[in-house]
Design a protein around this ligand. Sequence first.
Ligand SMILES: *Cc1c(COP(=O)(O)O)cnc(C)c1O
Ligand code: SF4
Length: 343
Amino acid sequence: MIPKTVPTWQRSHQNLPTPDWQRAQANAIRDPEVLLDYLELPQELLPAAIQAANDFPLCVPLTYLQQIEKGNPADPLLRQILPIGAERNMVPGFRNDPVGDQAALVVPGLLHKYQGRVLLMTTQACAVHCRYCFRRHYPYSETGASPGNWQAAIDYIAADESIHEVILSGGDPLSLTESHLSSLSQQLSRIPHLSRLRIHSRTPVVLPERINEAFVQWLASVSLNTVLVLHCNHPDEISEPVRNALNQLKKTGVTLLNQAVLLHGVNDDLETLTQLSEKLFQNKVMPYYLHQLDRVQGAAHFEVPDNRATELITLLRQQLPGYLVPQLVREQAAEKSKTPVVI
Ligand SMILES: *Cc1c(COP(=O)(O)O)cnc(C)c1O
Ligand code: SF4
């Protein structure tokens, strides 16, 4: 017999032990010296890593670190998390707010830029710090992205019947506890003109511990039609713990999509992109977008030129069925949708 218990996310957390994922998050590596030691990388990398980490701190959970090849400075996963000197180069065209986010801010934490959809920045926390992040300079503290600061956003959504989908973004919404997530999803579920809830998250890929029973229960309980868009950039990121997490997510019945960012030295080759699509599909995740980099200051060394990007998509289309070829897009300030990249 299954005992009738209150789901863990509805209990008061006062008497609960810290969940494993929060401990894993607390134990993430934040010190460049520890990172280099752990990965047996040359100490010459340290001064630049320390300097770049002053602008945007290093943060990487151990589960992700374990997928990185030791002693290999060119490892594609390492490139995404290791602070390097090139981040401090000022490159023309690379700005602090590359996608015009702040112009689309309608109330604290809420972006209304696209027809029928709003994007709610739920928190500023992420499980990992990606060096190419377009929000690396985002003034979260001024724009009010935090739990407890959502009422104005919820009121705005409730007052505009043209909105049918709420996208939870961040930061990373999976940095929130289940009690925050469930209070948010319950409030959104009461708005009659909403039909979809979308969650954008890199957490299942970098901190798969987060996909625990309480989270899965919450996700399965959401009454809105739910889409989870993963951010996975490389097939090596789909390790065994990540596959287990994806399997748990699949059981909730939510639609699983992936968006990747095209990154020089990480995934800008045909073999890697082919493997990424194949491996995602093996785990019931459909490729959705392949994003051209947002031109954020400090990330210029990750940029792949449009002609190479379109060439890769053409080659990918010759390798794979159409449903495994992601849409190559970029985000453009003031545009009402993502813009397809075509040459
Ligand atoms: C990307 C984005 C969306 C969602 O776009 P889709 O094409 O539906 O994936 C919505 N709002 C903002 C501000 C975005 O940047
Ligand atoms: S998870 Fe997303 S929002 Fe967070 S640092 Fe990485 S790219 Fe930026």
